[in-house]
Ligand binder design. Structure first.
Ligand SMILES: Nc1ncnc2c1ncn2[C@@H]1O[C@H](COP(=O)(O)OP(=O)(O)OP(=O)(O)O)[C@@H](O)[C@H]1O
Length: 334
């Protein structure tokens, strides 16, 4: 049976001008429940304007946005926004409220019971590595940028909205903090179930987080597709040149062990891992499954927790990766 449920977000022919400047032009896309769409493109291409039209912080000139099959214009903006989590680069925490009070803002507006709010706040802060005993009573200025960003994310998740919009959520952080928060973000079970639209101009970030990427230039969609499609099957020269500078890094993050090794080779690795797996605790080294990316495998092989079960070396992995790239490029040429 085909799935007849409407997409969670459906955007049709959305356009917006500021004066003579057409900032978003005829943008359409659909997003299924649980999908993460990344809006990517150079500075000023209209990403933030597009994102803000989803929760009516900006009203479009033409086109429609439907959330769960309902036109957003038929709902009061305040009601609509309470059902959609929103995180911005500047975080926007209330300076005179504690961390716990900041997280509780929307659940309070929604009239949730105080005990339920406290339970939820405690759980979220714990999950986001901000132990409540230490951080719940602190004020935003007492936190580092990365910690403030986590509080912003906890606040967006507090009322458990099915949709989360994120505008350059890691933009203000230094590259190392940025990479580690991004990893935590990806592993957060809470977010995996949600429909997410995330704005970034960072291609690595887009490739790590996106199920699909919408690449914009001057307000127009240049390509909408999976990271793999954008990388190996670019629609036009803009798409190709946009990724040219980081091609190798992106290829390493796109191809998985399943792509580079044959089924037999992977079965050998998995059999050895199973044989050697003694305690499966959270400190156990990463396991080499079909789905882990070549980049993750390289990090595991060269890191302090190199899996003893590896049946291949870095050199063998790179050779197999080179061959897989060739196969991939040949396949798209055909
Ligand atoms: N309220 C406004 N009035 C006039 N022009 C605006 C307004 N908001 C945005 N713009 C212009 O629209 C264009 C797109 O802005 P937008 O913030 O959507 O881009 P962006 O892709 O998110 O950029 P960045 O990555 O730099 O944040 C820019 O040229 C910007 O100057």
């Amino acid at each position: 049976m085909p799935d007849l449920s409407p997409p969670v977000i459906r955007v049709s022919y959305l356009s917006k001008r500021f004066g003579a400047h057409a900032v978003v032009q005829d943008v359409s896309f659909e997003l299924a429940a649980g999908e993460t769409l990344v809006l990517l493109g150079p500075s000023g291409c209209g990403k933030t304007t597009l994102l803000k039209m989803l929760n009516r912080l900006i009203e479009p000139d033409s086109g429609t946005v439907e959330i769960n099959g309902q036109n957003v214009l038929s709902q009061r903006p305040e009601t609509l926004r309470r059902g959609i989590g929103y995180v911005i680069q500047q975080v926007g925490l209330l300076p005179h409220y504690t961390v716990a009070e900041n997280v509780a803002v929307v659940p309070r507006l929604l009239g949730h019971a105080p005990a339920a709010i406290e339970y939820r706040t405690t759980a979220l802060l714990t999950r986001l590595h901000l132990p409540p005993a230490r951080y719940a009573g602190q004020y935003p200025h007492q936190l580092s940028g990365g910690q403030q960003q986590r509080v912003g994310l906890a606040r967006a998740l507090a009322a458990d909205p099915p949709i989360i919009l994120l505008d350059e959520p890691f933009g203000a952080l230094d590259p190392l903090t940025r990479a580690s928060i991004r990893r935590e973000f990806r592993e957060l079970e809470e977010l995996r179930r949600k429909t997410v639209v995330l704005v970034t101009h960072d291609v690595t970030e887009a490739f790590e987080l996106a199920d699909r990427i919408l690449l914009l230039d001057a307000g127009k969609v240049q390509q909408l597709g999976t990271p793999r499609e954008l990388l190996f099957q670019p629609n036009n020269s803009f798409v190709r040149s946009f990724f040219a500078g980081e091609r190798l890094a992106l290829q390493l993050r796109t191809l998985t062990l399943g792509d580079v090794f044959s089924g037999d080779e992977l079965r050998r690795v998995e059999a050895k891992e199973t044989e050697e797996a003694t305690v499966a605790d959270s400190n156990a080294p990463a396991r080499f499954t079909t789905y882990i990316t070549v980049n993750e495998a390289l990090e595991a092989l060269t890191g302090s927790q190199a899996p003893t079960a590896a049946t291949f070396t870095v050199a063998e992995l790179m050779a197999a990766f080179g061959q897989a790239l060739q196969r991939e490029e040949d396949a798209w040429k055909r």
